[in-house]
Design a protein around this ligand. Sequence first.
Ligand SMILES: Cc1ncc(COP(=O)(O)O)c(C=O)c1O
Length: 397
Amino acid sequence: MDVTATSRQSFRASHRVRNISNSATKEMAIIAARIGGCVSLGQGVPSFVTPPHIIEAVRTVLVEDPSSGKYSLQTGMPALRNRIARYLLDEKRITVDPDSEICVTVGGMEALLATVLTVVDEGDEVILPTPTYASYIEQVQLAGGIPIFVPLTENWGLDLEAIRGAVTPKTRAIMLCNPGNPTGTVFSDEETIALCKLAVSHDFVVITDEAYDYIVYEGGMPFSPLSVEEFRRNVISIYSLSKKYALTGWRVGWVAAAQGWMAQIMKVHDATAICAPTPSQFAALAALDGDQSCVAEMREKLLARKKRCCARLDKLNRYFSYVAPKGAFYVMAKYLFSDADSHEIAIRLLEEAKVITIPGGAFGEGGEGHLRISFGGELEVIDEAFDRIEQWLEKTI
Ligand SMILES: Cc1ncc(COP(=O)(O)O)c(C=O)c1O
């Protein structure tokens, strides 16, 4: 028997899946675990833990209500959808029907994938302003779509002319991360409105990822175009409770869209997950209903960490330049000391300085030549990482 042929046959994964790659974040974490003793500027998770009032609310409901461990309705518990609808109206002036225009999902990630699978057909083009959130690339490819990378401007703004030039009859969507991972950019209302007008006139969809909407360091939350009646057919919006309430492991978020879209997205969600974890939906309800001071406290701490991170980068301005982040907890640091690609630099930093960063090239073409630095970690972690980077630069550059 030809064993090789048999095993090759049994592991023949689909083209769609073989074509996508593991995330650079994961690769760096695996290498770091092998090396040992590394300090991380790579993590996409702030150091905070789930607030006690949320844990307590879930503990109580699990003890007192036996149905809290069962499936909920596919779109999520009615009480949570009603609460989300109220939140969207109060905070973002978005009017949605809680019964037919909200679906609670397994984190923002499932919401994104269900949306991409719903909108994108084989061979369709999806515009990704780059640097982009790396998982969008995989999700578009998984759906059989073609990512079309359009670089952001030098200050990480939307290059509307370039986007206009990239639109073709095959364009189905653009994915807009606002505030941006990995750039920390916050697009202006004008940029978002102009983009949505373009989407309406060419009939493509703007998928807004608002996972970091509450982390803005100047002004209020960014503008949500789903709040505008004329954009409703062309906008699908994704939300996450992961970072806002330190709920990353609970896996809960939602997608909001006009009923016509939601009826389709729901089918993917049902086929994928049936429903978001019910205990996590109770956590989401407690988070939205509860005292919001935990959010303000986390944002204050992130602001202090951002300042420390920028101050440390400023000290190294012979080696790095950067655009100060206006939101989220990432900064793209452009390295000025080497022409090597970002993967090579990130690996060297990891192996020689024992500092984890994420190679900018993982975020699409516009990210090459940069390292993504997260300031989600404690101040001591940020300082330790920069101490090591400084020593490494002095020794090797
Ligand atoms: C831009 C962006 N969107 C979505 C997600 C997914 O978040 P969730 O934990 O809700 O799936 C992340 C997580 O890091 C993210 O950075």
